[in-house]
Design a binder for this molecule. Structure first.
Ligand SMILES: Nc1ncnc2c1ncn2[C@@H]1O[C@H](COP(=O)(O)OP(=O)(O)OP(=O)(O)O)[C@@H](O)[C@H]1O
Ligand SMILES: [Mg+2]
Length: 248
C-alpha cells in the first residue's frame, strides 16, 4: 500500500494517500469551500456536494461516533470511522474493487475521544439505478466485494451511482467480514428488501447463490428481528427519547 500522509492542522489531523489533498483539508477546516448541495443533514450524518477551486467533491461527516456514548468510548481505542474507511476503501481499490468511489482525505478531531470527523470523497456525476440489468451489475459488484471478504453494510440500490455503462459504489466503509459471512448474508438480506428490487420483482436468490450456513441464519434472525413489533416499539421509544435530547 502506498504511503499515508499525515499532518496536524489546528486541532485536526489530516490523512491522505495523496499529498495534494492535505491542502484541500486545510481549506475545509477553514470553511473555505462552497456548499453546492446538501444531500443529507441529520443528527447522525451530514453529506454535501462541495466545490473547492473549481473541483467538486462529496464531504461526509458521520456523527454517530460522537453522539452515541458506547461508540464514542470505542474511539479511545480505535482509529475511528473516517480513517478506517479511507484505509479500507483504498486497499479495496488496490485489490481490484475499482467500483468503490475513491476516498481522498480523512479529517479527524480527536482528543481522548472522537470530537468531529470528515471524509472527502470523489464526486460522481451519474444517475440512479432503474432496471433489471442495473441490479445484475449490483450483484456482480457485490460478488466481487464479498469475494474480497468485504461487505457493504447498507446494500441497497440507492447506494450505487450509474455512470454511463459503469456502476459505482458509495456509502460503505469497505470493512472485512470477520464474522464468518454473517455480514455478507446481512447484505443480501438487505438487498432483498430494496425498493427497486421489490418493484421489479427481481429475484436475488436466482442470481446470487451461496450456502446457507449458520451465519446466514443468524443474519436472518437479526434482520427479521428488526422488523418484529416489539423491537419496532423499542426503537420508536428510543427515537422519542432521542428527540428529548437523550444520547442513545
Ligand atoms: N461520491 C458521491 N458522488 C455523488 N453523489 C454522492 C456521493 N456520495 C453520496 N452522494 C449522494 O448523497 C446521498 C447520501 O449519501 P450516502 O448514501 O453516502 O449517505 P447516507 O447518510 O448513508 O444516506 P442514506 O441514508 O440516504 O443512504 C447519496 O444517496 C447520493 O445521492
Ligand atoms: Mg446511502
Amino acid at each position: 500500500m502506498t504511503k499515508l500522509f499525515e499532518e496536524k492542522y489546528k486541532n485536526y489531523n489530516l490523512y491522505s494517500y495523496e499529498e495534494k489533498y492535505l491542502d484541500i483539508g486545510r481549506k475545509i477546516i477553514e470553511k473555505d469551500y462552497m456548499v453546492m448541495e446538501i444531500y443529507k443533514d441529520t443528527n447522525r450524518n451530514y453529506v454535501a456536494k462541495i466545490k473547492i477551486e473549481d473541483n467538486f467533491y462529496v464531504l461526509k461527516s458521520p456523527k454517530s461516533e460522537v453522539i452515541i456514548p458506547q461508540r464514542k468510548i470505542m474511539t479511545f481505542f480505535k482509529d475511528g470511522e473516517v480513517l478506517n474507511t479511507l484505509k479500507n476503501l483504498t486497499l479495496g481499490i488496490e485489490e481490484g474493487i475499482e467500483e468503490y468511489v475513491k476516498p481522498l482525505l480523512a479529517i479527524v478531531k480527536k482528543k481522548l475521544f472522537m470530537e468531529e470527523s470528515y471524509i472527502l470523497m470523489e464526486y460522481i456525476e451519474g444517475e440512479k439505478l432503474k432496471s433489471n440489468s442495473d441490479i445484475d451489475k449490483v450483484i456482480e459488484i457485490t460478488k466481487k466485494i464479498h469475494g474480497n471478504n468485504r461487505y457493504h453494510g447498507d446494500l441497497n440500490t440507492s447506494n450505487f451511482i450509474k455512470v454511463k455503462d459503469k456502476i459505482m459504489v458509495i456509502d460503505t466503509q469497505g470493512k472485512k467480514d470477520v464474522l464468518f459471512g454473517l455480514k455478507k448474508s446481512y447484505d443480501i438480506l438487505t438487498l432483498k428488501k430494496d425498493l427497486l428490487v421489490l418493484e421489479l420483482n427481481y429475484s436475488i436468490d436466482e442470481k446470487y447463490i451461496f450456502n446457507k450456513n449458520i451465519s446466514y441464519y443468524l443474519a436472518y434472525i437479526l434482520k427479521e428481528g428488526k422488523n418484529l413489533k416489539i423491537i419496532q416499539k423499542f426503537r420508536d421509544f428510543k427515537k422519542k427519547l432521542r428527540k428529548k435530547g437523550w444520547k442513545i
